[in-house]
Design a protein around this ligand. Structure first.
Ligand code: HEC
Length: 118
């Protein structure tokens, strides 16, 4: 009799563990949210420059000298490409998120281009 109760409890615990496994967000998912992964692209400076002119200079200045937003002329010596990518995807303070406004690949071109500005 006692054995039956014990195995009942055991199976209930297993069922609960399985349910939790599917409902709780996986560790991987959480990590991805915190630091978006950059798609691999071969940097196209021309495309990057066009995108920056269209989307960024209104706040960061036409020579990236800064304006509403900080100067980006030497951003590469401060932030690495991943950090810049993440800033553009997620936004920061007064800067809007570009997720959905630009394609991930376009953001990657911009991030790589800016990372070379040292
Ligand atoms: C609406 C104005 C606005 C636009 C448009 C904008 N930014 Fe920004 N950006 C800001 C502001 C304001 C900050 C400072 C945020 C803070 O530190 O709180 C910032 C910060 C940054 C930073 C971090 C700079 C640092 O020194 O830490 C990067 C990189 C950046 N922007 C890149 C871009 C790129 C690339 C684009 C175009 C795709 C862009 N921004 C478009 C306003 C803007």
């Amino acid at each position: 009799m006692h054995k039956w109760i014990m195995s009942g409890v055991f199976f209930a615990a297993c069922a609960l563990a399985i349910v939790l496994m599917f409902t709780l967000p996986g560790k991987e998912e959480v990590a991805q949210e915190a630091k978006p992964t950059m798609p691999e692209v071969t940097m196209d400076a021309g495309q990057a420059e066009t995108l920056v002119k269209a989307n960024c200079i209104s706040c960061h200045g036409d020579q990236l000298q800064g304006g509403v937003g900080p100067a980006l002329a030497n951003i590469g010596s401060k932030d690495d490409v991943e950090k810049i990518y993440s800033t553009i995807v997620k936004g920061k303070g007064g800067m809007p998120s570009f997720k959905g406004r630009l394609q991930d690949e376009e953001i990657a071109h911009i991030a790589m281009w800016l990372a070379e500005k040292k």
